[in-house]
Ligand binder design. Structure first.
Ligand SMILES: O=C1O[C@H](COP(=O)(O)O)[C@@H](O)[C@H](O)[C@H]1O
Length: 208
């Protein structure tokens, strides 16, 4: 059975950053030591993170990981790592590169986006992501290669995301929202549906 999803509609970047601030503060208060957060790439997350970076947090205890990345130099405009570093440059957070031999930690929060083809992170339909994948990180080649970022990718896999304490999506635009709802209803078997139907953690979805 699908975990309940909490929806928030039409929240702007600042309000989502406030919500994130609350969830990260709660995770920091619940434990000692580092708290890890995984964030998506693409166009959506960085303005939200720039808002978050202005807020008061125990930044030195936070580790941010890109949930996926393009196999390019961090200075390349398509690099999720580079954009994440820029967005959090004013903070003391650690930003950790995702590499093929990375061993990502346990995540308090996994934030995911979704492409118009239903991919999450760099788990595309052609990569046949499985919830019991024995690898936590994979290098993959999307087929077809997205025109806006035609690169090989590094991505965390479904079991790594499914092990998070909390999952969060920001799904903007009518087409993506319809696809997401079809996935929720079990009307497709896209990567996003595979995550949703295997999740045990709470899911919050910002739409608009
Ligand atoms: O390639 C990617 O695309 C998705 C969606 O990005 P968006 O630009 O449509 O918001 C993103 O979630 C993923 O992490 C990224 O690398």
């Amino acid at each position: 059975m699908l975990t309940e999803i909490t929806y928030h509609h039409d929240w702007d970047d600042e309000r989502i950053a406030d919500w994130l601030h609350g969830r990260i503060s709660a995770a920091l208060a619940m434990r000692e030591g580092p708290v890890a957060v995984s964030v998506p790439g693409g166009s959506t997350p960085f303005p939200i993170l720039e808002n978050l970076a202005l807020m008061d947090l125990r930044w030195e205890r936070l580790e941010f990981w890109p949930g996926d990345d393009r196999c390019v130099h961090p200075d390349h405009e398509a690099s999720n790592l580079g954009r994440l570093r820029n967005a959090l440059a004013a903070t003391d957070a650690q930003v950790i590169p995702l590499e093929e031999d990375s061993q990502p930690p346990h995540f308090a929060l996994v934030w995911l986006g979704m492409g118009t083809d239903g991919h999450i992170a760099s788990l595309f339909e052609n990569t046949n992501p499985l919830p019991d994948d024995e690898q936590m990180v994979r290098r993959i080649t999307p087929d077809p290669l997205p025109q806006d970022a035609p690169f090989d990718r590094i991505t965390m896999t479904l079991p790594k995301f499914l092990a998070a304490e909390e999952l969060m999506f920001v799904i903007r635009g009518e087409t993506k929202q319809q696809l997401f709802q079809e996935a929720v209803r079990g009307q497709n078997d896209l990567p996003v549906a595979r995550l949703l139907h295997n999740a045990r953690a709470s899911i919050t979805c910002f739409t608009g």
